[in-house]
Design a protein around this ligand. Structure first.
Ligand code: NAD
Length: 291
């Protein structure tokens, strides 16, 4: 059982993309042993290599000692699939935002993890209750929604499913705090709190762009200098990943049944074209020429 924070020494992360790698980095920086899994060894290794690059930048800037970087990296092991996370004391799923995939992965995580181990999901929008229901331990399933980039952003949104037990919730809160994060708690409703607010903003910025109200730069500068947002909605969408933004918008639209959540066609077309934002080198902006 992993029913106290002291019993959690190994954190397993499923999905080694931008969020999974960020969660793994923060957990290793927090002193935990980390297992980082993806569909293949190559993908998991790439996730770990991305962490090494991020930490290398901190070393170059004099913000982290080279020995500390080596120690952090030494605590992270890249493994394959949910089965590779079996030794973990607390597991966080951070794979692609797709409901069928998440259900499948929770069946696998439930099979791999020891009884009593908490299974958290970093989903941006999908019902925790629904994901929990495919497992034999719905009371040990919880939403743990980190923000992007994980090492920089202070917030973790904790979501209780209908079946989430009090001690599961409390232990997840305590872990988030141990990782240096500030928490908010949301009920289990599509998009929870943060994306319920953010996605309509991103959608509206997309509508403004497709209607030719202004350029992408105009829209983002309007939000930055006019609304005091640190990033404009279109550049933020590119950072999140346009595929992820569209997946969240579709969940909000379908589950809440209100057309105010519909995604603009320009977002759908960008995703269809493979322009998923920074991670693919092109989204609303072109990053191919940038380092
Ligand atoms: P990403 O595309 O960068 O990474 C997804 C990773 O999942 C990939 O490495 C992919 O290979 C892996 N994956 C796919 N199928 C898998 C499987 N069967 N087993 C193991 N790994 C698998 O996406 P991301 O931005 O890291 O998002 C991951 C999750 O985090 C999503 O649920 C997303 O909604 C959520 N999230 C994203 C953000 C954001 O800003 N991007 C913020 C908060 C939460």
């Amino acid at each position: 059982m992993s029913d106290t924070l002291e019993n959690i020494t190994t954190i397993g992360v499923l999905g080694a993309g931008q969020m999974g790698a960020g969660i793994a980095q923060v957990a290793a920086q927090g002193g935990f042993t980390v297992l980082l899994a993806d569909v293949s060894q190559a993908r998991a290794d790439a996730g770990k290599a991305g962490i090494a690059k991020q930490l290398g930048r901190l070393v170059e800037k004099g913000k982290l000692a080279a020995e500390a970087r080596d120690a952090i990296l030494g605590r992270i092991t890249a493994v394959v699939g949910a089965a590779g996370l079996a030794p973990g004391d607390f597991l966080v799923e951070a794979a692609t935002e797709n409901i069928e995939l998440k259900k499948q992965l929770f069946v696998e995580l439930d099979r791999a993890a020891r009884p009593g181990v908490i299974l958290a999901t970093n989903t941006s929008s999908i019902s925790i209750t629904l994901i929990a229901a495919v497992t034999g331990r719905p009371e040990r399933v919880v939403g743990m929604h980190f923000m992007n980039p994980v090492p920089v952003m202070k917030l973790v949104e904790i979501i209780r499913g209908l079946q989430t037990a009090d001690d599961t919730y409390q232990l997840t809160l305590a872990l988030a705090h141990k990782l240096g994060k500030t928490t908010i708690t949301s009920k289990d409703c599509p998009g929870f709190l943060v994306n319920r607010i953010l996605i309509p903003l991103i959608n509206e910025a997309g509508f403004a762009l497709q209607e030719g109200l202004g350029s992408a730069e105009d829209i983002d500068t309007g939000a930055k200098l006019g609304l005091n947002h640190p990033m404009g909605p279109l550049e933020l969408a590119d950072l999140i990943g346009l595929d992820t933004c569209l997946a969240i918008a579709d969940v909000l639209h379908r589950e809440l049944g209100d057309d105010k959540y519909r995604a603009p066609n320009i977002l759908r077309m960008h995703v269809a074209a493979g322009w998923h934002g920074r991670k693919t080198g092109r989204g609303f902006y072109n990053y191919a020429s940038k380092p």
